[in-house]
Design a binder for this molecule. Sequence first.
Ligand SMILES: *Cc1c(COP(=O)(O)O)cnc(C)c1O
Length: 231
Amino acid sequence: MKDEIAGNLKGVGQRIVDVCIRCGRDPGAVRLVCVTKTMRADAVRHAIQAGAGLFGENYIQEARDKCRILAEYPVSWHFIGHLQTNKAKYAVKLFDLIHTVDSLRLATELDREARKIGKVQNILIQVNIGKEASKSGIDAESAESLMCDISPFSNLSIQGLMTIPPFFDAPERVRPFFRGLRELRDSLNKSGMMADRLVELSMGMTGDFEAAIEEGATLVRIGTAIFGERQ
Ligand SMILES: *Cc1c(COP(=O)(O)O)cnc(C)c1O
């Protein structure tokens, strides 16, 4: 398993560099978030030993367990799952970036819990770019007003946007949604309130990360291509 993970990581890293070169982007501007949901701590350790340093988790309890087991390693954890308000206090302790803030209620709680531990919590706003009823995230049209509401919070810092687009097995069909998220970020940056502070675009997974990078992704969230199929 160890060699397989190391080989997969190398392959994914190379694909990221290749697509950056192809589309004229700096490979250093795209960070790989290794998605470890359902994977055992051993698998994460193999990835760390192969050079990975940034991990994405979807569930608070699972992340707490893994972070405890792997506490000796100086790696960074991001939260990419749906966050319940009553878990905010754990989230601010564990994660350098929370990708999935989509309501004022959640933001209020995160700000409060971050203040208690003297932290400025970095967050992304999750946008439901495909307007799917089943998906979390705020509608693109409401993103600006949510950011307006959040901007006075002194213990939150909005770094950018995240999306989980509709599922298609053809990356070209997902591309318009990636482009839509980038255009939304760029227009919010121009709107004055955000004043070019939105840098991050979290988008792209195993099946479509190359298209996401071509459309401007700065954080790609990749699980299966590194760790294999989940049970
Ligand atoms: C599981 C998950 C991923 C990784 O998906 P893969 O297809 O395994 O690369 C990315 N983002 C989110 C939000 C996820 O839940």
